[in-house]
Design a protein around this ligand. Structure first.
Ligand code: NAD
Length: 367
């Protein structure tokens, strides 16, 4: 099969982890005789430095003309003085909007081998497999009016949702739950916010279309607590934009690190794939970045854009095996017996495990 991938490495650790993700995709393509092409373009701080803006037109055109966009991370402290619409992060919000994906899928899986890396007890995290479905194009991040009036000392944002926006993302959640363990937990703050009352009413309506799937509602504040106390109780967690941003980062604690979390944004013109973490300026350039979130993101490219489910599972299994063998980047190395490894070495280890799995050990190292 053919797949045109636009690669946006971005800032900080973005290029470091994206390199490893692309290497894995190349390996799968080589093995299966698929034609994957990769076009690297600019976004974020690196785009501001080179072109004056966080999202050049060439990136927009390239992204829209491709089958999938794979992004690393954006964010660069050197541009913190700029107004929000000129900062690196504005490029990310814009590309998400332009590609049109409204459902952000964020798996949060507890790997048995990483039980010691999570600050939570192993008996709490054991067997956790949650899929967050986060609405990505509405809510506070995009609602207008929005402003910060420095003269009056007042600032405000607008949380706005339409029934259609809630319906379409709810349907994605119920569809995927039907293929998993059949449970959707919808998160809101319906005891306070009108947008959440609309959210709850609409999700309840949509649930009637999926009699095989159980629906429960949780308030976002108690959900934050349940997620840490009883994470095994959750299958698909459906949230609006801001709540999902916060809760899925919190779920990084279950997995062991933010660096382990992948994501895919579907439903628009072109799917957008990105690890959940940011540009991590505190470790950029040190070789400490965990590439597994980006590599698991590559697995999602295979699953949702290439339709290569077996290969996606093979990548996920390779990650699992490398972890079982005790290899760790610094962020997941609480276990004293772990073998500490760099970003590049971790990528290579997954590559090798994948080669073995696909039955072509050795021949894929040329990629
Ligand atoms: P962050 O995710 O970059 O980092 C949070 C912490 O997690 C840091 O201690 C970092 O070292 C660690 N971490 C993150 N990813 C890691 C990985 N792969 N391996 C090992 N450790 C990892 O969040 P932040 O510090 O709040 O933000 C830094 C910059 O990134 C900011 O400019 C922010 O706006 C931006 N940001 C971008 C995205 C994105 O591109 N999707 C998401 C969040 C934050």
């Amino acid at each position: 099969m053919q797949l045109r991938v636009t690669v946006l490495p971005g800032d900080g650790i973005g290029p470091e982890v994206t390199r490893e993700a692309v290497s894995i995709l190349r390996a799968v393509a080589d093995h299966g005789g698929h034609e994957f092409t990769f076009t690297e373009l600019l976004i974020g701080g690196v785009a501001i430095s080179e072109t004056g803006g966080p999202l050049p037109q060439t990136t927009i055109d390239g992204g829209l003309a491709s089958d999938a966009v794979l992004l690393g991370a954006v964010g660069d402290n050197r541009f913190n003085h700029l107004s929000p619409e000129k900062r690196p992060e504005a490029g990310l919000l814009q590309i998400r909007q332009l590609l049109g994906g409204f459902a952000n899928l964020r798996p949060s899986v507890a790997y048995a081998a990483l039980a010691a890396s999570s600050p939570l007890r192993a008996d709490v995290t054991e067997g956790v497999d949650i899929l967050f479905v986060r609405e990505l194009l509405g809510g506070l991040y995009f609602g207008i009016p929005r402003a910060w009036n420095k003269e009056t000392g007042e600032a405000f944002n607008t949380m706005r949702y339409t029934r259609e926006e809630v319906q379409r993302v709810a349907r994605v959640a119920f569809e995927v739950a039907g293929k998993r363990r059949g449970k959707v937990t919808s998160v809101d703050k319906a005891n306070v916010l009108e947008t959440s009352q609309l959210w709850r009413a609409t999700v309840t309506e949509v649930a009637a279309e999926y009699p095989g799937v159980t629906l429960e509602h949780q308030f976002v504040d108690s959900m934050a607590m349940h997620l840490m106390n009883t994470p095994r109780n959750f299958d698909v967690v459906l949230t609006e934009n801001l709540f999902g941003d916060i809760l899925s980062d919190e779920a990084g604690v279950i997995t062991g690190s933010l660096g382990m979390l992948p994501s895919a944004t579907i439903g628009g013109a072109v799917n957008l794939y990105e690890p959940v973490h940011g540009s991590a300026p505190d470790i950029a350039g040190s070789g400490k970045a965990n590439p597994l979130g980006a590599i698991l993101t590559a697995a999602m490219v295979l699953r949702y854009s290439a339709g290569l489910e077996q290969e996606a599972v093979a990548v996920e299994s390779a990650v699992r095996r490398v972890l079982q063998d005790g290899h760790r980047t610094a962020d997941i190395s609480r276990d004293q017996t772990a073998v500490l490894t760099s970003t590049e070495a971790m990528g290579r280890l997954v590559h090798e495990a994948l080669s073995q799995d696909l039955g072509r050990k050795g021949s894929m190292h040329a990629v």
